[in-house]
Design a protein around this ligand. Structure first.
Ligand SMILES: [Zn+2]
Length: 465
């Protein structure tokens, strides 16, 4: 039978089916169960999923949980360390590598947002470059489509470490979408009923409230997060797979050849015993033992260190997230601006009081390069304000702009920057380097001086601030 004849016969049968149903009790279709997830992982780049694959292996193989992964970008801006393809072609290949890595863990449902790789530690740069609004809409849609109880994503925070702005952006979008996906008034076309026949615009999804959100950090020092959430052994042997969870995670990561081919080839040559030795050593292993999932918040009452899958119903947590109140008339206050100020409000608005925060704001930058201290001056918006800005920096560091006497315009809030040039350190100095404290002081007439602090570690490379 020709394909065309087959198609005609098939469409005839479908038509008959529709007619038959209309005579009996019509069954309304449910959401497609193939796309339901228990855990939705939201990460920025292909290979970032590797941060939680030991836990995912446990959840998938031994707890029979369904996992879906959302990648924020296709990762096309990095170098290709394997073949010659670059840019958009590399992005297409990285997308396949990501799907292949997930498939090795039995994860079929892999989605991509339309974010673009951003070479910066500043989450606000990433959100701007990704197109924050459109990607948030997409993120909310994917939560309504996959209906996860649990979201695991990158920590929205600033730490000495890789501290990639894109990683943080994935965490910001996932957190915002956690709070929005359950509301019928948010992106309402997604939850409007579709017409029975052809529907071009309305998606016929339902609102969905995820129950818990967990994070993993992009910080150099993992130890600071111990106790911030449940911890799971990566060394434990999977009862169903007869392999340790770290091993299942490594096997999945082997598809990312355009990113670290030398490392993958070196690992492939190791015996099981050598590989185990390498992964058990805190200096060479890829994950901490045990691995902590940092608790963000729970829709129902739950303790931070409770198991991921406990308390998925019960009494809801009361939290009306609200931003800081307006400035008192006539007073002036100073805070660290940029992403630090954003996160301070973000944690309040999204009820993330449990989230760990660096005691003193910190960042790592390339030795010999610039570091900026963003400031926000809140002041009386009805008149101009004269202030004096000074900065105390370590020996060998040089303030290049942003200090001295300044006249601020009549507005409630003024953004300023103090720019500092850092010294070029030699290899030994970099190896033994400790974070250095920068203190910026702001004085306004008739008020006590106010100070903001930033700890800065100099390193030999990494993303610009
Ligand atoms: Zn990444």
């Amino acid at each position: 039978m020709s394909i065309r004849k087959q198609m005609r016969l098939l469409s005839g049968l479908l038509l008959l089916g529709t007619v038959a149903i209309s005579y009996g009790q019509e069954k309304v279709r449910s959401a497609d169960d193939r796309f339901k997830a228990d855990i939705l992982v939201v990460v920025a780049h292909p290979d970032d999923e590797g941060a939680v694959t030991p836990y995912l292996a446990r959840a998938i193989y031994d707890m029979h949980k369904r996992v879906a992964v959302v990648f924020g970008t296709h990762g096309g801006s990095g170098g290709n360390n394997y073949g010659k393809e670059r840019a958009s072609a590399l992005a297409d290949m990285r997308g396949i590598e990501a799907r292949a890595a997930c498939a090795r863990l039995g994860i079929q449902n892999v989605w991509f947002l339309d974010g673009k790789d951003t070479a910066s530690q500043n989450v606000l740069n990433s959100l701007a470059n990704w197109g924050h609004g459109a990607n948030l809409e997409k993120m909310v849609q994917l939560i309504r489509l996959t209906r996860p109880d649990i979201i695991i994503t990158s920590l929205p925070g600033i730490y000495i470490g890789e501290n990639h702005g894109d990683h943080q952006a994935a965490g910001v979008l996932a957190t915002e979408a956690f709070d929005l996906a359950g509301s019928v008034t948010v992106f309402p076309s997604q939850v409007a009923g579709a017409s029975p026949k052809r529907e071009l615009y309305l998606e016929n999804l339902n609102p969905w409230q995820p129950k818990k959100i967990y994070y993993f950090a992009d910080a150099q020092d993992d130890k600071q997060f111990v106790g911030s959430g449940p911890a799971y052994s990566i060394m434990e042997v999977s009862p169903s797979q007869k392999k340790p969870y770290w091993r299942l995670a490594i096997d999945a990561a082997m598809t990312h050849l355009t990113q670290y081919p030398d490392e993958i080839h070196a690992l492939e040559k190791l015996s099981d015993v050598e590989l185990q030795k390498r992964m058990s050593d805190p200096d060479t292993g890829w994950w901490s033992e045990p691995e902590t999932l940092i608790f963000g918040k729970s829709y129902y009452r739950s303790m931070p260190t409770d198991d991921v899958f406990t308390n998925l119903n019960g009494k809801t947590v009361e939290c009306q997230g609200s931003a800081s109140t307006a400035q008192l008339a006539g007073s002036t206050s100073v805070e660290l601006g940029g992403p630090w100020a954003f996160y301070k409000e973000f944690r309040k608005v999204h009820c993330l009081s449990e989230l760990p925060v660096a005691k003193v704001a910190e960042i790592a930058v390339k030795s010999g390069g610039p570091v900026s201290i963003p400031l926000i001056i809140h002041h009386d918006g009805t008149k101009e304000l004269e202030i004096s800005v000074s900065a105390a920096v370590p020996d060998g560091w040089k303030v290049t702009s942003g200090t001295g006497k300044l006249k601020l315009p009549a507005e409630d809030r003024t953004n300023l920057q103090v720019e500092i040039e850092t010294p070029t350190l030699n290899a030994a100095e970099l190896k033994n380097g400790k974070p250095q404290l920068i203190r910026v002081q702001v004085e306004a007439a008739g008020q006590a001086a106010q100070t903001v602090e930033l700890r800065v570690l100099l390193r030999n490379g990494g993303l610009p601030q």
